[in-house]
Design a protein around this ligand. Structure first.
Ligand code: FAD
Length: 453
C-alpha cells in the first residue's frame, strides 16, 4: 500500500500501541497516537497492574523488528524455570527448556513502555497524552477525546483507527455500537492481588533470582517474578468465592493468617503484606472473544482490545506484539486498508483463540499439577521423547514460548502429545517401565515433522 498518502490513528500508547507506532512510522506511515493517561516519562507510570511481565521469543522477535530488543533486554532478568515451593516445605527448580538458550525474561512494564514510547517518537510518531477516546462517528470520520484532568473535549478527524486501548477498549465499544462485533466476555471467577518482596539488607535478591517462583496450592497459588532492582513482584491468585477466597480474606490480618497457613516460607519476605493487601484492589481476570475485529477500512482492533486473555501462559503481551508485526506486514502487502484488516483478522484470530485456550488450561497446571508425581513423570517422558524425536515431539511449553510457530499449531500438537504422555505413563511410576519403541511408532504415526517458519 502507498504509505506516504495514508494517515493512521492509534488509540492507546500502552505496549501494543507504542510498538505498532514504531513499526508503522518506520515504514513511512503518518502515525498519531492518543493515550488516556499522562506521559509516564513526566508524571511517573500509572499502571495499577502486573508490574512485571514474562517476555518470550514471540515478543523478542517483535522487539527486534522495532530495534528495541537491546534496550529492553539490558534490564531483563532471566528466568530459567519454575521454582516450585511445596506445601510441605522444600523447593524444586523445573527448567522450562533444555538449557539457558531456552529461558524467559522478566521485564518491567513501565521501563518497557517508556522505551517503546521514546522509540516511537524518534521514528516520527506524534503521541498525545491525556486524550481518552470517548465517541466515534465512523461515517463522518470524527472522534472525540476527553482530557480527564478538566473534562475538556478534543475532536479530531481521522482516516482509520487502530484500537490498542486494552481490555476495556473504548474503540471496541464504539465499533460494536456501529455494527455488532459478536462480543462475549468470560470472567474466570478468580482474581489477583500484587505484593512485593524487597531486596535483602545487602541490596540483593532474597530468593533465587533467575526463576519464576510458584507456590501451587490446589485451587489457588502465589507466583513471584524478579525485577532488576532486586525486588520480586508477588501475585496471589485466589477464587472470588469459596472457603479460601477474596470473599473470606478481606483484611490485612486475614491475609497474614492465609500466608501463615499456606505460604509460610514467603511470609517473612513480604514486610508490607497488610499495607499492600489493603491498598491494592483485586484485579479481575477474564477472556474476551469477538467474532469480528475490524469495521471495513475504518477501524481494527489488536492486543487485549481484540482478545484479552488470562495471564497464566505469560503470553498476552507476546501475542499482542505478534499482532503488531502481522498488522504492519499486512498493511505493506495489501493495496487497501479493508483487505489488510481482513487478512490480519483471518491470520490472527484463530491463533488468539488458541493461546486464550492454552492460557486457561495452564492455570490448572500451575496451581494444581506442577507438584504431582504423574505430572513430573510425564515431564520426564516428554524430555526423552524430545531427545529421540526432536523434529516431531516438541514439548508444549517450547512450542508456545521458544518458537514462533502459529499458536493454533502448538495447541493442536500439544493435545496429541498430552494424550500420548497420559496413555504411556498411566499405571507407571518410572520411565523404565515404559515401552519407548512402541511409543516411537505412535509418535511417527500421529506427529508429522514440525515445520518451523
Ligand atoms: P494495554 O497494555 O492494556 O494498553 C492499553 C493502553 O490504552 C493503555 O496505555 C491505556 O491507558 C490506554 N487506553 C485505555 N483506554 C483508552 C481510551 N479510551 N483512550 C485512549 N487510551 C486508552 N503478558 C505477557 O506476555 N507476559 C506476562 O507475564 C503477563 N503477565 C500478566 C499478568 C497480569 C496479572 C495481567 C493482568 C496481564 C499479564 N499479561 C502478560 C498480559 C499483558 O499485560 C497484556 O496482554 C498487554 O498489556 C496487552 O497490551 P495492550 O497494549 O493490548 O494493552
Amino acid at each position: 500500500m502507498n504509505a506516504s498518502s495514508r494517515a493512521i490513528t492509534i488509540i492507546g500508547a500502552g505496549l501494543a500501541g507504542s510498538l505498532l507506532a514504531i513499526l508503522l512510522s518506520r515504514k513511512g506511515w503518518d502515525v498519531t497516537v492518543y493515550e488516556r493517561r499522562g506521559d509516564p516519562r513526566v508524571n511517573g507510570y500509572e499502571s495499577g497492574r502486573s508490574i512485571n511481565l514474562a517476555l518470550a521469543e514471540r515478543g523478542r522477535h517483535a522487539l527486534r523488528q522495532a530495534d528495541a530488543e537491546d534496550a529492553v533486554m539490558a534490564r531483563a532478568v532471566m528466568m530459567r524455570g519454575r521454582m516450585v515451593h511445596f506445601a510441605g516445605g522444600g523447593e524444586q527448580l523445573q527448567r522450562y527448556g533444555r538449557d539457558d538458550s531456552e529461558v524467559i525474561w522478566s521485564i518491567h512494564r513501565a521501563d518497557l513502555n517508556i522505551t517503546l514510547l521514546d522509540l516511537a517518537e524518534s521514528a516520527g510518531a506524534k503521541i498525545h497524552f491525556y486524550r481518552r477516546l470517548h465517541t466515534v462517528d465512523f461515517p463522518a470520520g470524527y472522534a472525540r477525546f476527553i482530557d480527564d484532568r478538566d473534562d475538556s473535549p478534543h475532536d479530531i478527524r481521522f482516516d482509520t483507527l487502530i484500537g490498542a486501548d486494552g481490555a476495556g477498549s473504548a474503540l471496541r465499544a464504539a465499533m460494536n455500537r456501529a455494527s455488532p462485533l459478536g462480543e462475549r466476555g468470560e470472567f474466570l471467577g478468580h482474581s489477583y492481588k500484587e505484593l512485593e518482596i524487597p531486596p535483602g539488607a545487602d541490596g540483593r535478591f532474597q530468593i533465587e533470582a533467575n526463576a519464576l517462583h510458584i507456590w501451587p496450592r490446589g485451587d489457588y497459588m502465589c507466583i513471584a517474578l524478579p525485577n532488576d532492582a532486586g525486588t520480586f513482584t508477588v501475585t496471589l491468585f485466589l477464587p472470588n468465592e469459596g472457603p479460601t477466597s477474596f470473599a473470606n480474606v478481606r483484611s490485612g490480618a486475614e491475609a497474614r493468617a492465609l500466608f501463615e497457613r499456606d505460604f509460610a516460607d514467603a511470609l517473612p519476605l513480604i514486610p508490607h503484606l497488610e499495607r499492600d493487601w489493603e491498598h491494592h484492589p483485586p484485579g479481575l481476570l477474564g477472556t474476551l472473544y469477538l467474532d469480528r475485529w475490524h469495521l471495513g477500512d475504518r477501524a481494527v482492533l489488536l492486543g487485549d482490545a481484540a482478545h484479552a486473555m488470562v495471564p497464566f501462559h505469560g503470553q498476552g503481551m507476546n501475542c499482542a506484539f505478534e499482532d503488531c508485526v502481522a498488522l504492519a506486514a499486512q498493511l505493506e502487502a495489501r493495496d487497501n486498508l479493508a483487505s489488510a484488516f481482513a487478512a490480519f483478522e483471518a491470520e490472527r484470530k484463530p491463533n488468539a483463540a488458541a493461546i486464550q485456550a492454552m492460557a486457561l488450561e495452564n492455570y490448572t497446571e500451575m496451581r494444581d499439577r506442577v507438584d504431582d508425581a504423574d505430572f513430573l513423570l510425564q515431564r520426564q517422558l516428554e524430555q526423552v521423547l524430545q531427545q529421540r524425536h526432536p523434529d516431531r515431539f516438541v514439548p508444549h511449553y517450547t512450542m508456545v514460548t521458544f518458537m514462533r510457530i502459529p499458536y493454533a499449531v502448538a495447541l493442536e500438537r500439544s493435545q496429541i502429545q498430552r494424550e500420548l504422555l497420559q496413555q504411556a505413563t498411566r499405571g507407571h511410576a518410572d520411565l523404565a517401565q515404559i515401552d519407548l519403541d512402541a511409543l516411537a511408532r505412535t509418535v511417527h504415526e500421529r506427529l508429522p515433522p514440525l515445520q518451523v517458519p
